[in-house]
Design a protein around this ligand. Structure first.
Ligand SMILES: N[C@@H](CCC(=O)N[C@@H](CS)C(=O)NCC(=O)O)C(=O)O
Length: 234
């Protein structure tokens, strides 16, 4: 991955639509009310071969954020960078440094490692078995593991209904995107997690992000893979 590109624009540019990871970037920017540009690069379509995309993404993965000449390629890092950079628009994360930020980061990293990662195991060894190899055992074990770790996340929601503190944050975007993905792969949601997702989906910024993240070509790709073409596919 290139660390810097020639586009040093202040306007953020997102490469990628159509997945639970890409919506994190769109949703964060929509919450912040920041104008941005984006490219409809859709996994497993010829759009991924676009030379301009390949020039910014040597990983060949979406999402990618290009911002002020820098390239950021992990959805969690993108959302957090945007929250920090535009915190004067809206506080979507605790102030960098400090104990609140440390506890917030504990939950944030937990979700990436303990929720997103097992979902990706299910995805790779069921939905993308032609690429990664079929493994019913790995998928079943990842489902059971996800469910256990979702129990930890549901405890965070008990007091305020948010992942951390008294207000919506990028950690809620992370959890909601994992929860919607989990539903798609047939994990029965825990009650608190289902309620959290339903509330998150009522946000205006979610509606706008879902519209941008699921253009007709992305819905067609999802339908071709047997997934419901629904905005619930966050
Ligand atoms: N950990 C990365 C995962 C990125 C990732 O695997 N993206 C998928 C779509 S959700 C992708 O680009 N797949 C295309 C491919 O592997 O060819 C993140 O959270 O951004």
């Amino acid at each position: 991955m290139a660390e810097a590109v020639s586009d040093a624009s202040e306007t953020p540019c997102i490469w990628g639509v159509g997945t639970s990871r890409t919506i994190r970037a769109h949703w964060t920017l929509c919450e912040l009310g920041v104008d941005y540009t984006w490219h409809d690069i859709i996994p497993r379509t010829e759009t991924m071969e676009d030379p301009a995309f390949r020039a910014v993404s040597t990983r060949g993965k979406v999402p990618i954020l290009v911002h002020r000449g820098r390239v950021i390629g992990e959805s969690g890092a993108i959302a957090l960078h945007l929250a920090d950079h535009y915190r004067d628009h809206m506080a979507l994360a605790p102030e960098p440094a400090g104990l609140d930020r440390a506890v917030f980061m504990d939950r944030y990293c937990f979700m990436l490692m303990e929720l997103d990662a097992p979902l990706y195991i299910i995805r790779r060894h069921e939905g993308l078995a032609d690429v990664y190899g079929e493994s019913k055992v790995a998928a079943a074990s990842a489902r059971e593991y996800y469910q256990r770790q979702a129990g930890v996340a549901s405890e965070w929601l008990e007091k305020t209904g948010f992942v951390f503190g008294e207000s919506f944050s990028v950690a809620d975007i992370l959890l909601a995107s994992c929860s919607a993905w989990a539903e798609l792969v047939g994990v029965q949601p825990r009650e608190a997690i289902a309620r959290h997702l339903e509330r998150a989906k009522t946000r205006e910024a979610f509606a706008l992000a879902a519209q941008r993240n699921f253009p007709p070509a992305a819905l067609a790709m999802l339908a071709a893979q047997g997934k419901p073409p629904s905005d619930a596919n966050a």
